[in-house]
Design a protein around this ligand. Structure first.
Ligand code: NIG
Ligand code: FE
Length: 416
C-alpha cells in the first residue's frame, strides 16, 4: 500500500512570516512546502524545487499566508452569565465592590461548580467555534472558576477535551489562586497552603497543567501568597504567569520576573522601572484591551516603556464572563491599536510570534523552516488590515497539526 503523501505546497502567497528579529511583518517572497506538522522549506520565488510525489498544490495567488493566530489568555471554560452585574456596573457600582460583596468571580464559581462536566464541555465547545472561525490555531485556557479540587480538575479536563474535539491546540493554566472561595473566608493563607500541598501537585500529576497563574491583586492574592504558589510551581517544574497590576500596583510583575515567568498579564499599573526587569527575565507582557474596555478602565498600560525596553507585547482576549465577555481575538487586536496605541504590526506580533512566548511554545507563531506549520491563508491586501478593520476577516484556509481546513469549516480538506 502506498502511503498517502501529507505534503502541501503553498504557491503564490504573500508571506507575513513574523519571524523573530524581522521588520515589516517579516514579509518574504517565497512558496512554502509543508510536510505533516512542519514547515519543511521556504522556496524563494523563482527558485525551483522538486516536490515530493503526491504533493497537494495550493494555488493561492496573491492571498496572504500568516502564522496561525494564538490567543494566549482566556477563561473560556465556565458556566452562567454575569449580565445582571453588568447592569449594576452601569448604574455606578464598581467591579471591585461587586467582587467584595460576593458577586464577580465567586458568582461564576457557583455556576461552574453546579454544572456537570458535559454541560461545561458543551458550553465551551460552542464558544470555541468563534476562535476557530477567526483563524486561531492555539488558545490558552485557565481554570479558576472551581476553587475546589474537583471543579478545578473538571475545568482542566474540559480544556483538554476541547483540543481533542476541535482543530485547535489548547494550553492550560492552573488558576486555583483566582479568588478566595467561601469555604476559606478569612483564611487565605490556609487556602494557598491547600493549593500548594494538594491541588496543584494533583493537577500536575494528572497531566492537566501547562502553566500556573495567580491573580495577584487587592481582591485576589497578596505578593507573599503569590510567591508561595510560584515556588511550588517551580518545584514541580511548571512555568508561571500572573494576573498582575490590573487594578492597582502590588509589585506582582517584579515577582513574576524573579521567577522568569512566561508572561505578566493586564499590567495597566506596571511601572517603567519594572519593564526593565521583565526585559532581563525574558518575560512578555500580555495586554488585554477587551477587559480594559469592558470595565471602562482609564489607567493605560505603559506601552511606550515596554516598547523602549523591548519587552515583547502580547495581545489576548481575556475572554471571561465578568471583565471581558467578548469572544473575539480580532476585536482585541483592533482595540489594542486604538486604545493602547499599538501599531498594526505590533498588534499582529502580539497574536502570533510574541503570543507563542506567552504560552511557552516558541515553535509556533512564526513562518520559518522547521517551525510548526500552524497557518492561515487570508484574503487581504496587506496584513495591516487585520488590525485596521473588524468584522470582515476570516481565513480562506487554516492548517492545524498538519490538517488543512477551508474557511469556517471543521471539515478537513480531502486527503490526496
Ligand atoms: O482576567 N482578573 C481576574 N480575572 C479575570 C476576570 C475574571 C472574572 O471577572 O470572572 C480577568 O479579568
Ligand atoms: Fe484573565
Amino acid at each position: 500500500v502506498l502511503e498517502k503523501s501529507n505534503s502541501v505546497f503553498i504557491r503564490g502567497a504573500n508571506l507575513a512570516s513574523m519571524q523573530d528579529g524581522s521588520h515589516d511583518y517579516g514579509i518574504l517572497e517565497a512558496d512554502v512546502l509543508v510536510k505533516g506538522e512542519r514547515i519543511l522549506k521556504l522556496v524563494p520565488r523563482g527558485d525551483t524545487l522538486e516536490l515530493p510525489a503526491n504533493t497537494r498544490i495550493l494555488e493561492v495567488d496573491g492571498a496572504w499566508l500568516l502564522p496561525g493566530l494564538i490567543d494566549a489568555h482566556t477563561h473560556l471554560v465556565f458556566a452562567g452569565s454575569r449580565a445582571q452585574e453588568f447592569e449594576r456596573r452601569l448604574l455606578g457600582e464598581s467591579y471591585e465592590s461587586i467582587a467584595r460583596s460576593g458577586g464577580g468571580i465567586l458568582s461564576t464559581v457557583q455556576a461552574t461548580r453546579n454544572a456537570s462536566e458535559s454541560q461545561l464541555l458543551s458550553l465551551a465547545n460552542h464558544r470555541i467555534q468563534a476562535w476557530i472561525r477567526e483563524g486561531v490555531t492555539s488558545i490558552e485556557i485557565k481554570s479558576g472558576y472551581g476553587l475546589d479540587l474537583d471543579t478545578e480538575l473538571k475545568m482542566l479536563r474540559v480544556a483538554r477535551r476541547l483540543e481533542q474535539e476541535n482543530p485547535i491546540r489548547v494550553h492550560t493554566s492552573f488558576l486555583g489562586a483566582h479568588a478566595l472561595p467561601v469555604e476559606y473566608q478569612n483564611s487565605a493563607d490556609a487556602y494557598i497552603k491547600q493549593i500548594i500541598d494538594h491541588w496543584l501537585p494533583e493537577a500536575v500529576a494528572q497531566g492537566l497543567v501547562d502553566a500556573v497563574d495567580v491573580f495577584c491583586e487587592r481582591i485576589g492574592f497578596s505578593l507573599e501568597q503569590t510567591r508561595r504558589v510560584y515556588e511550588s510551581a517551580k518545584q514541580l517544574g511548571v512555568p508561571v504567569r500572573g494576573h498582575v497590576e490590573q487594578l492597582s500596583y502590588l509589585g506582582g510583575a517584579r515577582l513574576a520576573a524573579e521567577f522568569n515567568a512566561l508572561s505578566v498579564d493586564h499590567v495597566e499599573y506596571l511601572t517603567p522601572e519594572d519593564c526593565a526587569l521583565l526585559a532581563s527575565s525574558g518575560t512578555v507582557a500580555t495586554l488585554l484591551p477587551l477587559a480594559f474596555y469592558h470595565l471602562g478602565e482609564t489607567q493605560l498600560p505603559p506601552v511606550a516603556a515596554l516598547r523602549s525596553h523591548q519587552v515583547p507585547m502580547v495581545v489576548g482576549s481575556d475572554f471571561n464572563p465578568g471583565s471581558a465577555p467578548l469572544a473575539s481575538l480580532l476585536l482585541a487586536l483592533n482595540m489594542s491599536t486604538r486604545l493602547f496605541q499599538l501599531t498594526p504590526e505590533e498588534a499582529l506580533r502580539g497574536i502570533t510570534q510574541h503570543a507563542a512566548k506567552a504560552i511557552g511554545h516558541s515553535e509556533l507563531g512564526q513562518i520559518k523552516e522547521g517551525a510548526i506549520a500552524d497557518l492561515g491563508i487570508w484574503n487581504l491586501e496587506h496584513p495591516s488590515e487585520l488590525a485596521y478593520s473588524f468584522g470582515v476577516h476570516s481565513p480562506l484556509y487554516r492548517c492545524v497539526k498538519g490538517h488543512w481546513y477551508q474557511s469556517g469549516s471543521q471539515k478537513e480538506l480531502n486527503p490526496l
